[in-house]
Design a protein around this ligand. Structure first.
Ligand SMILES: [Zn+2]
Length: 243
């Protein structure tokens, strides 16, 4: 019986290991996604910033060319002024020039405002580039290792399961079945250790009679509440043997 109880404990240890691999099967792909998403987001942000800057620069060029057009027009009027005959025409042309100068001054103040915006976009682009660089470095450092880990998990689970099954065949069929059902239905925990007089699986208080049975280790004891196989904590050296 002692051997049987040790086998059950060793099997549970292996199932604990399988449970940890399963958690990693869930967690690691998420980590991988997160790493990739950060790179994607940083790329999108940078592209948006650069597009914003390009659009602004286009607008700035359009405004500058508008100034040039107005300026050329002013120059043309200025030459015409010398050929003007009447005072009326002279006044009209002068007010045209004044109007264009006013226009130019408006555009120039617009351009000044755009310089501030451009500087703000530029500093954002610098920040986006930095974030992207960091995200890419992080991806480069971790992606390969994560993928390798993910790829090996299924194999690790299979070999651990095989190891567990090798132990299981030494037990009576009914006990193996019960163990298997508990693993399946009780959050991957078939064996629970008594803890301060309670079941370590569900917390149910263990009766005195059962505590004695647990100490004697002459039979398999089941928790009256959750049905898990109960064991007293194994001393340190035994735990190492079980590994
Ligand atoms: Zn229990």
């Amino acid at each position: 019986m002692e051997e049987r109880l040790r086998t059950l404990a060793a099997m549970q240890k292996l199932d604990d290991k399988i449970g940890q691999y399963r958690i990693l099967q869930d967690v690691l792909p998420k980590q991988l996604n997160e790493i990739n998403e950060k790179v994607e987001q940083a790329t999108i942000d940078l592209l948006a910033g650069e597009t914003e800057k390009a659009e602004l620069n286009k607008l700035q060029r359009a405004l500058e060319s508008e100034i040039k057009t107005h300026q050329a027009q002013i120059n043309k009027y200025a030459t015409q002024l010398s050929e003007i005959k009447t005072n009326k025409e002279y006044k009209a042309l002068n007010s045209e020039i004044a109007y264009l100068k006013e226009k130019i001054s408006e555009i120039e103040s617009q351009l000044l405002e755009h310089i501030d915006t451009e500087n703000e976009i530029k500093s954002r682009i610098v920040e986006y580039k930095k974030v992207l660089g960091e995200a890419e470095a992080n991806k480069k450092a971790k992606e390969g290792d994560l993928k390798a880990q993910i790829d090996t998990l299924e194999g690790k689970i299979e070999s651990t399961r095989a190891e567990r099954n090798k132990l299981a065949v030494t037990l009576p069929v009914a006990l193996i079945k019960r163990y298997g059902n508990l693993i399946k239905n009780k959050e991957n925990q078939a064996v629970a250790y008594s803890h301060d007089g309670s079941c370590g699986g569900c917390g149910f208080v263990i009766r005195q009679q059962m505590r004695i049975e647990l100490q004697l280790r002459k039979k398999v004891v089941y928790c009256e509440n959750c049905g898990r196989i109960l064991l007293n904590p194994i001393p340190e050296e035994d735990t190492q043997q079980a590994e």
